[in-house]
Design a protein around this ligand. Structure first.
Ligand code: ADP
Ligand code: ZN
Length: 516
């Protein structure tokens, strides 16, 4: 299986995080590596995934027993054969690990460094066919750091004895520590080293709530006429219609998606690489092999799947280091779609919960109140200052205390049995007598007409932000009827306040009931 297939099918992630792909490739190819990544950046995947690509066992040296147990549990839950030999094991656990090792079907063996001190360890590891040593928290080898673990000094000898590649990971980037790691773990021969910040400062970041989405994309493209760009769409059909719309405006634009013939796709890739100023309107299928340095802009006509996918897709712009711009559109429908894809997917409950959490992180980025880049980099574990090069640094959003309207909306949801979408709920809040309102008797609710201080467009923005803050979710069991999450309870009870953005793109004119 290829690395990206393993990423998807075993780990359930749709894209690599910054840096992961290159590190995984080097480790899987059996090169000695040292990777420096911030805490929370996703280091474990960089040895777990290669372990599955290689024959034999990957030995993982890690200083924290609790962490090892967590990782072993998580790996087993996804069907990967992993075990740990630590002082915290019961006898049964240790026996089970041994059996798996003897049977030759263990892929990852976690070990505390202290284990290496016992004479038998090296002999045992020789016998079981180790193909890779991964060292987590490699800075523990540094005598000058405060995490020094004497037994880490045995790892160098183990590597020599087993004569296998070693991959070292740490979040500590200072030069002395790095030099010491190279000295102690690699006998002074520098391994392939990965150390780079995740920031791509030449890329301007911007998001807009969908208002008139096609026009928003056309306007963005118009301002960049003649420059190469990519427009990512959520569906194949949309790539075709949007490419058509761009052509009608006189742009050279072509569609690209996985449903096209391989020859046609190759032709688009070739044209994009060689022609100046072509726009490719594509699904996420476009990008793997795209290595064009001067892509000047990337737009998302629909919300990407995750922050990782977002980062990868915008990251295709401006590889030459020159200025590049991005625009990502998002709307309530995107949020609904993503939630229901997770809810209706076949993933086990634990993974679904993690997926909802990751979606929340993405929505936090879309509804951010201050610097996008800071929010983005923090998600990857990197601290940053406000960047001065994103839409929110350019124009800080206007905010308002949204507690009262949010409570009104929650109350409308609760009083109607959590069975309706935002359209009907907004009708109730605005006091509009539609047939549906009349048929359900909803004009008799105390909530009927309490929300007239806001117009329909503002209410739509409020509902979208409520979804973005995960205060409400569509219920897959009730045809997408919105229900209140636990996160909303303190607001409903008056124990917490919430700040919302006024949507900056357009101010609403008069409200009118939608045509039915
Ligand atoms: P650290 O670098 O601190 O060891 P971890 O390996 O524990 O970080 O990863 C941090 C979090 O990021 C974990 O919750 C993990 O599931 C998640 N993660 C790692 N790689 C990806 C990815 N490619 N896509 C989405 N989430 C990821
Ligand atoms: Zn910024």
């Amino acid at each position: 299986m290829s690395a990206s297939t393993l990423l998807r099918e075993v780990f359930g992630f749709d894209a690599f995080r910054p840096g992961q792909e290159e590190i995984v490739a080097a480790v899987a190819a059996g090169r000695n590596t040292l990777a420096i990544m911030p805490t929370g950046g996703g280091k474990s995947l960089c040895f777990q995934l290669p372990a599955l690509c290689r024959d034999g066992v990957t030995v993982v040296i890690s200083p924290l027993i609790a962490l090892m147990r967590d990782q072993v549990r998580a790996l087993r839950a996804t069907g990967v054969s992993a075990g740990a030999l630590t002082s915290g094991n019961t006898e049964d656990e240790t026996d089970a690990v041994w059996q798996a090792l003897e049977a030759g079907d263990l892929k990852l063996l976690y070990m505390a460094p202290e284990r290496l001190a016992s004479g038998g360890a090296e002999r045992m590891l020789r016998r079981i066919g180790v193909s890779l040593i991964a060292v987590d928290e490699a800075h523990c080898v540094s005598q000058w750091g405060h995490d020094f673990r004497p037994d880490y000094l045995r790892i160098g000898a183990l590597r020599r004895a087993l004569d296998v590649p070693l991959a070292a990971f740490t979040a500590t980037a200072d030069a002395e520590t790095r030099a010491e790691i190279v000295e102690k773990l690699f006998d002074g021969t520098p391994p392939e080293t990965f150390l780079r910040g995740f920031d791509r400062p030449n890329i301007h970041l911007a998001f807009q709530a969908k208002d008139r989405p096609r026009q928003q994309i056309l306007t963005f493209a118009e301002a960049r006429r003649g420059l190469s760009g990519i427009v990512y769409c959520g569906t194949r059909a949309k790539t075709e219609t949007l490419a058509q719309a761009l052509r009608e405006e006189g742009h050279p634009a072509v569609a690209y998606h996985g449903g096209m013939q391989p020859d046609d796709r190759r032709q688009v890739e070739h044209r994009f690489a060689t022609e100046d100023g072509l726009i490719v309107v594509a699904t996420v299928a476009f990008g793997m092999g795209v290595d064009k340095p001067d892509i000047r802009w990337v737009a998302h006509a629909d919300l990407p799947k995750s922050i990782e996918a977002y980062y990868q897709e915008i990251g295709r712009a401006g590889r030459d280091g020159a200025a590049a711009e991005t625009l990502t559109l998002f709307g309530a429908e995107d949020i609904r779609l993503r939630r229901s894809q997770i809810d209706e997917g076949l993933a086990p409950p634990e993974r679904r919960m993690a997926d909802h959490g990751r979606l929340n992180a993405l929505l936090g980025l879309t509804e951010a109140l201050s610097c996008r880049r800071q929010t983005l980099l923090q998600y990857f574990g990197e601290e940053a200052q406000p960047c001065g090069h994103c839409d929110l640094c350019d124009t800080p959003p206007e905010t308002f205390n949204g507690t009262t309207p949010v409570r009104m909306a929650l109350s409308a949801i609760l009083r109607t049995g959590s069975s309706y979408g935002s359209g009907h709920l907004i009708d109730i809040l605005l006091g509009i007598q539609t047939d549906k309102v009349a048929a359900r008797g909803h004009h008799d609710l105390p909530t009927f007409g309490v929300g007239k201080d806001y117009d329909r467009r503002q209410w739509q923005a409020i509902f979208r932000q409520m979804m973005g803050h995960d205060l409400i979710r569509p219920d897959p069991e009730r045809r997408g009827g919105l229900f209140m999450t636990d996160a909303a309870r303190p607001i409903l009870k008056g124990e917490a306040q919430i700040t919302l953005r006024r949507d900056t793109i357009r101010t609403a004119k008069s409200d009118r009931a939608p045509a039915r």
